[in-house]
Design a protein around this ligand. Structure first.
Ligand code: 5RP
Length: 272
């Protein structure tokens, strides 16, 4: 489906319907393709697309799901799992040395190499813990999320989970690194102050110029680094995670066997 949210020929309500049907289609496709009936441990991410993932899993019925345990990435996915009548278990109950069979989650933006920006829903820390605990990570994304370079369509910035007392110092460092107007994310409508994550932290959203692919990208793209103010995904991730007070960052990339399926498009495989 070749369209974007800026497709002005399509009325707003119609666009919203297309987005919802793309999310739903991606979710049902992902569950069909990647939830193997013999799997027993499944990670469930956060966000509006994951709602359809849980719906698709529940639709398989107890004959398939009764032997499965579902590991959430925060309060929202915990509620989703419970409301669907699926078995819930906290990720800290997964014994050491064991992995989840698969984890499903959404994304805010996905680049040509299937590196991701995540954390629009402020759940990125637990999401990364669950994603990296899984043998396979399936990212379920509607058509709006694909872009050639991270930071092209998701303009809000890279979500960064920080210790509240460190926020001013982290903001200073982000500005030194070339972030354009980084800011502490405000609370949800009607709630004063900063948004507080499920882990008692704050989120800073740090916009950067669109990122280049990692140095070792299969695409062979080599241009761009911190010297000219345009970062490569891996170089930026390495620097961000080292800032004192940063708990986790919403850049997901690397070599953990990430699978991304976007709406009606053919599922594709990335590595993070
Ligand atoms: C939450 C996330 C979500 O997966 C991401 O924001 C996508 O959400 P949605 O499916 O609602 O578009 O990273 O922290």
């Amino acid at each position: 489906m070749a369209m974007s949210t800026s497709d002005s020929a399509i009325p707003v309500e119609e666009q919203a319907k297309l987005v919802e049907s793309s999310k739903r289609l991606a979710a049902y496709q992902a569950v069909k393709d990647y939830l193997v009936p013999t799997y027993t441990r499944i990670g469930i991410g956060s966000g509006s697309t994951v709602v359809y993932v849980v719906e698709a899993i529940a639709a398989l019925g107890p004959g398939v799901t009764s032997g499965m345990t579902f590991y959430p990435t925060g309060a929202q996915s915990e509620e989703l799992i419970e409301a669907a009548g699926l078995t819930l278990q906290a990720i800290n109950k997964l014994p050491t040395g064991q992995q989840l069979d698969v984890a499903f989650d959404g994304a805010d933006e996905v680049d040509d190499d299937l590196n991701l920006i995540k954390g629009g829903g402020a759940c990125l820390w637990q999401e990364k813990i669950v994603a990296t605990a899984a043998k396979h990570f399936v990212c379920v994304a509607d058509f709006r999320k694909l872009s050639p370079r991270l930071g092209t369509s998701w303009k809000k910035g890279i979500p960064i989970e920080v210790l509240p007392m460190a926020a001013p110092r982290v903001l200073d460092e982000l500005k030194r690194m070339g972030s354009l107007n980084p800011r502490v994310r405000p609370g949800l409508p009607g709630k004063a102050g900063a948004i507080v994550t499920d882990n008692g932290m704050w989120i800073i959203d740090a916009p950067f110029a669109p990122l280049h692919l990692p140095k070792d990208s299969a695409s062979g793209v080599q241009a761009g680094n911190e010297d000219n103010g345009v970062w490569q995904v891996d170089a930026l991730a390495d620097r961000l995670i080292k800032i004192p007070g940063v708990a986790e960052i919403g850049l997901f990339y690397g070599k953990n066997g990430l699978e991304v399926t976007a709406g009606a498009q053919k599922p594709v495989v990335a590595y993070f």
